[in-house]
Design a protein around this ligand. Structure first.
Ligand code: SAM
Ligand code: DTB
Ligand code: SF4
Length: 321
């Protein structure tokens, strides 16, 4: 069983990224097999429970009120509608339901409604995840007591590149929320976005930050930027697909027992590229025709891809040390 490290140094991470592709894939796949069923992929479905009109300026995000992405804002969704969407996701094969809200941070009264959603989704027998922005300690505690399984809060990129993308909250704000979630005993879902014009060092530093957290996040979503018209990052030079696959492989090596999720951007990826991501150690996806506001592959396409690759769904997180 591989040892979990939390003391990664930048040159080591860079050296992993620079390995010959076959060596990198072999190392990642070997660790993957030591820790997981290599043909099993965990399936999460997303729902935007509150859409658009967000006060933040995240340069990638169509939900910021500052950019004209043509999105129609929607208030917090009625609970029954959320439960109906979760039921549909479960019937389609999802094991986890992730609810996202376009907030900088929730108001205390929002938390009661989110807790009711969490309880309704759990009653269907699904794992629950929410992503609501920054949390206070009391809010985190209430989510824990409400039975929440996972909280998603991404670091997004390296600390150095962060201010190029977001100015309305700091990297430290994110680390503080992550620490509150961890301390409350909620599983952590934390990753980032690549393809935002960051450098190779930024990608290495993002993974280093994630792996050097006191405990590895149970879920690590690796998103490829979905370029949306009207957002500042629209028109960014696309990332070399092989570099994306390398990023997945290095994440697998550094966090060998975490679920590495091949997240946003699959709609723009070929089946062959996704197959290489699974070989590199990705073992979770977002499933369903929509991410939060943008398109995801159609479910029948994913089911066909799973059949072609001999993949099956299932699984949860490993206990972390
Ligand atoms: N508002 C909350 C927050 O920012 O923490 C929760 C929702 S926010 C949409 C969740 C995450 O989605 C972001 O942290 C970012 O990593 C990801 N995301 C948003 N827009 C994206 C895009 N265009 N491409 C890839 N990932 C994106
Ligand atoms: C994550 O890392 N990616 C998801 C989820 N966590 C919340 C969101 C992706 C959003 C892509 C753009 C959109 O659909 O709005
Ligand atoms: Fe708002 Fe979250 Fe989008 Fe940033 S990523 S603009 S905080 S919804």
């Amino acid at each position: 069983m591989s040892v979990l490290r939390h003391d990664w140094q930048l040159p080591e991470v860079q050296a992993l990224f620079e390995l010959p592709f076959n060596d990198l894939m072999f190392t990642a796949q070997t660790l993957h097999r030591e820790n997981f069923d290599p043909n099993e992929v965990q399936i999460s479905s997303l729902l935007s429970i509150k859409t658009g009109s967000c006060s933040e300026d995240c340069g990638y995000c169509p939900q910021s009120a500052r950019y004209d992405s043509g999105l129609t804002p929607e208030a917090l969704m009625p609970i029954e509608q959320v439960i109906a969407a979760a039921k549909q996701a479960k019937d389609q094969g999802a094991s986890r339901f992730c609810m996202g809200a376009a907030w900088r941070q929730p108001k205390d009264r929002d938390i009661d409604r989110v807790v009711a959603m969490v309880q309704g989704v759990k009653a269907l027998g699904m794992e629950t995840c929410v992503t609501l922005g920054m949390l206070t300690e009391t809010q985190t505690q209430r989510l824990k007591e409400g039975g929440l399984d996972y909280y998603n809060h991404n670091l997004d990129t390296s600390e150095d590149y962060y201010s190029e993308v977001i100015t309305t909250r700091t990297y430290q704000d994110r680390l503080d929320t992550l620490a509150r979630v961890r301390d409350a005993g909620i599983n952590v879902c934390c990753g980032g976005i690549v393809g935002m014009g960051e450098s190779a060092v930024d990608r290495a530093n993002l993974l280093l930050q994630l792996a050097n957290l006191p405990q590895h996040p149970e879920s690590v979503p690796i998103n490829m930027l979905v370029q949306v018209e009207g957002t500042p990052l629209m028109g960014t030079e696309p990332l070399d697909p092989l570099v994306f696959i390398r990023t997945i492989a290095v994440a697998r090596i550094m966090m060998p027992r975490s679920r590495v999720r091949l997240s946003a951007g699959r709609n723009e990826m070929s089946d062959e590229m996704q197959a290489l991501c699974f070989l590199a150690g990705a073992n979770s996806i977002f499933y369903g025709d929509k991410l939060l506001t943008t398109d995801n592959p159609m479910t029948h396409h994913d089911l066909t891809l799973f059949a072609r690759l001999g993949l099956h769904s299932g699984g949860s997180s490993y206990a972390q040390a």
